[in-house]
Design a protein around this ligand. Structure first.
Ligand code: ADP
Length: 403
């Protein structure tokens, strides 16, 4: 069975085509600069040279058409015809309180549309991707996989904000959590690496990238996560502020006469380690600057590390113990320095990492020392594979029902 996974952003489409018999990637790629003067498709078929095409790409429909053409390209293609694709899985970020992936039909599209108000940057493009596929590939089942779904197991006291209950009900204000597909994948892999059932483990998963979040996973279920109503909450991030005193927002609106849009821009795009350092949102730039003696870069780094440490402590308390700590995503997978700083002085948990093992980049590995009472892992995330698996399961069940 061949499954195409699409991750549609506002100006980009990332894709991977899987052969699900061996869960192998046949091709992957990226369309960038959709709607701008000149768009670019970069297509990477497995075992072949990459293909780069520049052209005008006004919308998602054109972008997906280019992806499909690349997949059947005589030289760089991996399929003979589109109809070899058995299902399409979409990363649809916000699924509200839905706890599982859904076959795309009119009702599912309605749900994604309704939730656009909560995730305008994400749900809109996903919907456009879904509608483009309906036009270009009618009859091929599509599945929506939600970033929020894994977190819907949180107990009510973990997802409820202490605001007036009625106003939260009216506007669907609660903690939803994000990066769920990633947290679920790495928690499953950690259990597999420990050769123990996920259902008996207490795991903290740290997804540290440009956007960062951390999740407490008990018996395979998310019981708390650092992102909230939106992906702005929780940890300090590349450009997002994470948790701050909410009164700062009204204070700034009064003092600086900021509009809601300006505050939004400030908190989402000008804050985080970029805001503190005044230098960069990229942790590689911060590491370099710290080594050159830049104290604002040091401060931004320390603020980030400290917020992660505090969440680990809080979640160890929520879990009443800890069996494994997992690092994933761009920063978590690739920065030995950030992992070492986060794991320093964790004797209260009996957690110790081995400095030599910690020198790992983008590779699945246990990095704790033999005497550590908590297993510490680096596990590259694979959200696309999870989306492909869910899509396969739903396509399989459709076929079963149509027999
Ligand atoms: P996104 O949230 O956009 O998916 P990623 O998970 O790809 O982000 O993470 C990107 C971030 O990871 C970069 O901005 C950078 O800060 C960090 N990063 C990537 N590689 C390294 C590295 N080798 N050392 C330190 N930081 C890295």
């Amino acid at each position: 069975m061949k499954i195409l996974v699409l991750n549609c952003g506002s100006s980009s489409v990332k894709y991977q085509l899987f052969d699900m018999e061996e869960e192998k990637v046949l091709a992957r790629g990226l369309v960038e600069r959709i709607g701008l003067a000149r768009g670019v498709l970069t297509h990477r078929p497995a075992g072949k040279e990459k293909m780069v095409q520049e052209s005008e790409i006004p919308d998602h429909q054109k972008a997906i058409r280019l992806v499909l053409d690349a997949l059947i390209h005589p030289e760089f293609g991996v399929l003979k015809k589109f109809q070899e694709i058995d299902g399409i899985g979409h990363r649809a970020v916000h699924g509200g309180t839905l706890s599982s992936s859904l076959l795309v039909d009119e009702k599912t599209k309605e749900v994604i549309k309704e939730l656009e108000v909560l995730a305008p940057l994400h749900n809109g493009p996903s919907l456009r991707g879904i509608e483009a596929c309906e036009k270009i590939l009618p009859g091929i089942p599509q599945v929506a996989v939600f970033d929020t779904a894994f977190h819907q197991s949180m107990p009510d006291y973990a997802y409820t904000y202490s605001l007036p209950y009625e106003i939260c009900q009216k506007h669907k204000i609660r903690r939803y959590g994000f990066h769920g597909t990633s947290h679920k994948y790495v928690a499953q892999r950690a259990a597999a690496l420990m050769k123990r059932p996920l259902e008996e483990l207490k795991i903290i998963t740290c997804h540290l990238g440009n956007g960062s979040s951390i999740t407490a996973v008990k018996e395979g279920k998310s019981i708390d996560t650092s992102m909230g109503f939106t992906p702005l909450a929780g940890l300090t991030m590349g450009t997002r502020c994470g948790d701050i005193d909410p009164a700062i927002v009204t204070f700034l609106m009064m003092k600086e006469d900021y509009s809601p849009a300006e505050v939004d821009e400030l908190l989402n795009r000008k804050s985080g380690v970029l805001g503190v350092s005044g230098l960069s949102s990229d942790f590689r730039d911060l590491e370099k600057a710290i080594d050159e003696g830049n104290d604002r870069a040091r401060l931004a780094w320390d603020v980030f590390v400290y917020t992660v440490k505090k969440f680990i402590g809080a979640y160890a308390a929520a879990l009443n113990g800890l069996d494994a700590l997992v690092f994933t995503a761009g920063l978590g997978e690739n920065s030995p320095r950030v992992r070492a700083d986060i794991c320093r002085d964790m004797d209260y948990l009996g957690l110790r990492i081995d400095p030599a093992k910690n020198e790992v980049h983008g590779q699945e590995k246990e990095i704790s020392s033999p005497d550590s009472s908590v297993h510490v892992f680096v596990i590259p995330t694979n959200e696309e594979l999870m989306i492909a698996r869910d899509t396969r399961a739903i396509v399989d069940s459709l076929r079963l029902h149509s027999v």
